[in-house]
Design a protein around this ligand. Structure first.
Ligand code: ARG
Length: 465
């Protein structure tokens, strides 16, 4: 047990209490940010003549050495300290003696932890964004390759109208693009420095908060010291945005699982991204997709947990807030792993184009086009709908597709049908003539691909920090 606040106490903390209170087992992850923040703090203290140049140099050197030793594995972060902040300060004092005790001047662990967590999260947002961008690049590539891969489009999981695989992927492109926009937005809102807020009410030392903020690459200093130490909104926003990413991945996973099933057989998952069954030899299981779908629950759970933790906390810092870390760390790790694995699985997946097209053909996905044909020849839509309904019934009885009916059979139901009906309800025409903005037709899809390309080129820059 090693702690920073022994002065006021006459008894040792109970071991179980100590363990319950300690956070080092998980906040050791913030060790780099802790050093980074301390160095900036000390440089500011020197600039403000609160510390001398010699003192600040000594502290910065000490911290830099500690960083090198942790990096090289020479120094282990031992759990006998309460949290990463206590560990660092103790190690610094061990190393440089008395001057080390000046590091914490004008600072509290409350603003320190608020800073460390922001520095960490800021970096992670950039990485999530990068992974989202990789996903978009793979999707764009697949869109280009499958502009003429016909497949059924579904509503209520029933074959509705034919689309293309490019169009299907285009839908996911939009979803993950919005996810990126959310990341960018959260980054912009959270990129302010809480250091200097002290425990809750600032400090009497003449700190230059804007200078520290600038050293750490923030937009500026946070505006209210109580809010600075107790704001966890940005984590809640991030958890919410990550939940949305996971929701998108989970929907996509569900489709991969369906498409991989014996009934659909639309895809083949690469051996490297699927697993076998220990008892059923012929099976190739979509475990990755199932796990991604499953892990979505953890990320939603973290969002609910932090919202609930925060809801009853009076201003300003309360220890409840220490609970933010494990769930945010876990949710970030989970989202990143899922994004990265899913992208790789997608990239190596084989698409069985013939099965997809056959499936679209066998599902009367061109029935709407047959009805539209009648409408274009003057039949009111409601009547056309009913005529084609009767035709479909006939086809079901005969177990054939609309395209397989003879012209006589068409005309027996409605004399309006002429020989050009076959052309109109061909898969190619059904899809390629749908060229309203956002539709699957070739021209509309080419436009969508162009826009996607332009967007990816313009969004090359990583967030600056
Ligand atoms: N381990 C704490 C946390 O994660 C650091 C802040 C502690 N502050 C305090 N006054 N006990 O929230």
């Amino acid at each position: 047990m090693a702690q920073l606040w022994g002065g006021r106490f006459t008894k040792e903390t109970d071991q179980m209490v100590y363990d319950f209170n300690a956070s080092i087992s998980f906040d050791k992850r913030l060790w780099k940010q802790d050093i980074q923040g301390s160095i900036a703090h000390v440089m500011m203290l020197e600039k403000q003549e609160i510390l001398s140049k010699a003192e600040s140099n000594e502290i910065v050197n000490g911290l830099t050495q500690i960083q090198e030793e942790i990096e090289s594995g020479l120094m282990k972060i031992s759990h006998e300290y309460e949290d990463i902040h206590s560990f660092m300060e103790a190690k610094l004092i061990e190393r440089i003696g008395e001057t080390g005790k000046k590091l914490h001047t004008g600072r509290s662990r409350n603003d320190q932890v608020a800073l460390d967590m922001r520095l960490y999260t800021r970096e992670e947002i950039g990485q999530i964004d990068e992974l989202l961008k990789e996903m978009l690049e793979v999707l764009l590539q697949l869109m280009k390759e499958h502009i003429a891969t016909y497949m059924p489009g579904f509503t209520h999981l029933q074959k509705a109208q034919p689309i293309t695989l490019a169009h299907h992927f285009g839908a996911y492109f939009e979803m993950f693009k919005r996810d990126r926009l959310r990341m960018k937005d959260i980054f912009k809102r959270m990129n302010y420095c809480p250091l200097g807020a002290g425990a809750l009410a600032g400090t009497t030392y003449p700190l230059d908060r804007e200078y520290t903020a600038q050293l750490l690459g923030f937009e500026g200093a946070t505006r209210n010291s109580m809010d600075s130490v107790s704001d966890r909104d940005y984590l809640i926003e991030l958890l919410s945005a990550m939940s949305t990413v996971m929701m998108h991945l989970s929907r996509f996973s569900e489709e991969v699982i369906l498409w991989n099933s014996n009934e659909y057989q639309f895809i083949e998952i690469d051996d490297a991204y699927s697993t076998g069954s220990s008892i059923v030899p012929q099976k190739k299981n979509p475990d990755i997709a199932e796990l991604v779908r499953g892990k979505t629950g953890r990320v939603y759970g973290a969002l609910m947990a932090l919202l609930t933790t925060m809801k009853g906390i009076p201003l300003a810092y309360n220890k409840d807030m220490q609970e933010d870390k494990e769930m945010v760390f876990d949710a970030i790790d989970t989202t990143k792993t899922c994004l990265s694995l899913f992208t790789k699985m997608l990239q190596t997946m084989k698409f069985k184009e013939k099965q997809m097209e056959d499936s679209a053909r066998n599902g009367f996905t061109n029935a709407t086009d047959a009805a539209d044909y009648l409408v274009k020849h003057g039949v009111p839509f409601r009547e056309a709908h009913s005529i084609v309904g009767r035709l479909v019934l006939l086809c079901i009885e005969k177990q054939i597709a609309l395209d397989d009916m003879s012209l006589e059979e068409f005309q027996a139901v409605s004399p309006v049908f002429q020989a050009d009906i076959y052309e109109v309800i061909s898969m190619k025409n059904c899809v390629d003539l749908r060229n309203t903005v956002g539709a699957p037709g070739r021209a509309a899809m080419e436009q969508a691909i162009l826009e996607a390309e332009t967007y990816l080129k313009s969004e090359k820059v990583r967030f600056k920090n």
